[in-house]
Design a protein around this ligand. Structure first.
Ligand code: PLP
Ligand code: COI
Length: 354
């Protein structure tokens, strides 16, 4: 990696690494020693720094707190058996970062800054990447508006930051899922495709109701008729119906997932029929009833390949076959992990070595 950004690095005097229990990591609770930070002012990005992880000082009038100009990304770095460290498809996250920025009326970030900020930080925190199976260093780039101004207008100043932290598997079990038919996550013409903070805040209340009813995740449907499936929690959703891999088309209500894209690519390379289209609730329920729905899973960076074991629609529960016995799901999750950990040839050139 060439250092072209002139990042000022201030290191911690004492690492916290020795105090971390890597066998019992909870997602998003452990952070590495350092974080990346940059500022946007007068129409350009500058002040690139890596500093000790810690609190930052903000104005209570900071516009992102009031009007939600704030969004993020999520990606992972993996340690291979030979010690090599690679980041999975950061170019895709850089692209989506800027799609979110545009929709939120925020400045874009040149891809080189995105990639270099992440690579430099990951390189510095290499020792924090867990060796445990299914574990990785989670990378959280984010941007937020910083003008201390209560007028409803795009901010003129912004902060870009990157946090990193070791994580294990996000879900520890197969998921019991409810098809949501009352609340919506996103609507046409809205910003469901942007990874902005409000999309997650708005999903919390319906998700809490789902949890209270005993469901692990909600399967979101279109906001007009609740007749078409869109996503599942913080993941894209995929179905194997009679041997065909089916997933909702990405549109303005659906996040364009990197894991989704990777799975579609692998399935096509394996000669499995793939359909990206609108997917109706009715057809999935029918396929579940007649046994043609053999696999259903969420696909996401944090979630990985997260298998669904039951789908409930209008209080009727449909059980799915045990994913442990599914040749497709097993092959898929193993192959994805094998690529990320460098155990097999990365034929699509997805790993960016740090
Ligand atoms: N959909 C939503 C709403 C998400 O938050 C995520 C997670 O990032 C995904 C889908 C999956 O996207 P990716 O595979 O890029 O992580
Ligand atoms: C990710 O998979 O990176 C996500 O963004 C999910 C997160 C909201 C927990």
């Amino acid at each position: 990696m060439t250092d072209t950004l002139a990042i000022k690095i201030t290191k911690v005097t004492q690492s916290r690494l020795a105090s971390v229990d890597f066998e019992n990591l909870q997602f998003g609770k452990t952070f590495t020693d350092h974080m990346f930070t940059a500022d946007y002012a007068n129409g350009e990005w500058g002040n690139f720094q890596i500093v000790p992880y810690g609190e930052i000082s903000i104005s209570p009038a900071m516009s992102s707190l009031h009007y939600g100009q704030s969004f993020f990304e999520g990606l992972k770095a993996f340690k291979h058996d030979n010690g090599t460290v690679s980041i999975f498809r950061p170019d895709k996250n850089a692209e989506r970062f800027n799609a979110s920025a545009e929709r939120m009326c925020m400045p874009t970030l040149p891809e080189e800054i995105f990639i270099e900020s992440i690579s430099t930080l990951v390189n510095l925190e290499k020792n924090w990447i867990p060796n445990q199976a299914n574990s990785a260093l989670y990378i959280r780039p984010f941007m937020f508006a910083t003008d201390p101004f209560l007028g409803v207008a795009p901010s003129t100043t912004y902060k870009y930051m990157v946090l990193t932290g070791p994580v294990g598997a996000y879900f520890s079990k197969n998921l019991n899922v409810k098809i949501e038919t009352e609340y919506s996550r996103a609507s046409e013409g809205g910003f469901g495709y942007a990874k902005c903070a409000g999309n997650y805040g708005g999903a919390m209340y319906p998700s809490k109701l789902g949890t209270q009813q005993g469901y692990d995740q909600l399967m979101w449907t279109d906001s007009k008729d609740h007749a078409y499936i869109e996503e599942m929690g913080a993941a894209n959703i995929m179905f194997l119906v009679a041997g065909t891999l089916i997933t909702p088309t990405t549109r303005d209500t659906v996040l364009n997932g990197v894991t989704r894209d990777s799975i579609l690519t692998l399935a096509q390379q394996w000669g499995i029929p793939v359909e990206e289209r609108r997917v109706s609730v009715a057809e999935i329920i029918e396929a579940a009833q007649n046994g043609k729905l053999t696999d259903a899973f969420g696909a996401g960076t944090a979630a990985g390949v997260a298998s669904v074991i039951s789908i409930t629609y209008k209080n009727q529960k449909y059980d799915l076959p045990n994913p442990a016995h599914s040749e497709f799901t097993q092959r898929l999750s193993k192959t994805l992990l094998d690529i990320k950990y460098g155990r097999i040839e990365d034929e699509n050139g997805w790993n960016v070595v740090v």
